[in-house]
Design a protein around this ligand. Structure first.
Ligand code: SAM
Length: 233
């Protein structure tokens, strides 16, 4: 079997039980763990009794760190990349490193594991046969345009959203997609205060207007799908 140089290892998005046996084995076996936040990952690794050198790898140093990491891998070291939560490279650092590894004929492996958008999509009850993951919308410039472009999207749409922008986004969806468009908001997945609220965008807006919105959020929007419910798969 080909030697794996870099493993991308998904970590829990809340519930510490959500890590695979293979993820733990890999984290125990590598030379160095690249971590988005060495403190956050340090706490996680301590919980699983894993003691490994950690190296910081985040959005602010990933360009700069790339070549020295590639050199280490070329010298035969095996590295794992973890992010603060979920799957690395999904709205988190990782893509640049994967691309650079492939350019240098270094073999990578991405373990399957936790990521926030899959449970949110499945829990929405909206069609899962075709969906589009948009990650975070631009915060200011281009936000309205990005949403406008999605208004006629037929596939189920998935967005990552911050709690303090949720109501504004729901309001924009009401205006651009119509108040009857179905949406599903999953908050704090796998955690104590996990909640999924599904309904028309106006109903969901009212629900979240009642108190301050807190925690981590995935917003799922039903596509502008002309299929009748019995035709949906
Ligand atoms: N790499 C992660 C993944 O695989 O899902 C995503 C990282 S991104 C920086 C963080 C965003 O993911 C949060 O703002 C939220 O939108 C979503 N998220 C992460 N954990 C979540 C959770 N437990 N419940 C709901 N959304 C979550």
């Amino acid at each position: 079997m080909e030697k794996i140089s870099l493993y991308l290892v998904p970590t829990p998005i809340g519930n510490l039980g959500d890590i695979t046996l293979r993820a733990l084995e890999i984290l125990k076996s590598v030379d160095v763990i690249l971590a988005e936040d060495t403190r956050t990952s340090g706490i996680l690794l301590k919980h699983y009794n894993i003691s490994k050198p950690l190296q910081s790898f985040h959005v602010f140093n990933e360009h700069k760190a790339l070549q020295s990491i590639i050199q280490k891998l070329k010298q035969g070291e095996t590295l794992a990349l973890v992010s603060d939560a979920g799957t690395p490279a999904i709205s988190d650092p990782g893509f640049l490193l994967v691309r650079e590894c492939l350019k240098n004929n270094l073999t990578i492996e991405c373990l399957p594991g936790p990521t926030a958008f899959v449970p949110a999509l499945v829990k929405s009850g909206f069609p899962t046969d075709r969906f589009v993951f948009e990650g975070f919308l631009p915060h200011k410039k281009g936000r309205q345009t990005a949403l406008k472009q999605l208004a006629n999207e037929e596939r189920t749409i998935i967005l990552y959203e911050s709690p303090h922008r949720l109501l504004k986004t729901l309001e924009q969806i009401q205006n651009l997609f119509g108040a009857e468009r179905l949406v599903s908001v999953s908050r704090e997945l796998t955690k104590v205060h996990e909640e999924t609220c599904t309904g028309t965008v106006s109903e969901v807006f009212v629900h979240f207007s009642k108190k301050e919105v807190k925690g981590e959020i995935v917003l799922v929007i039903k596509g502008n799908d002309k299929r009748k419910p019995e035709e949906e798969v």
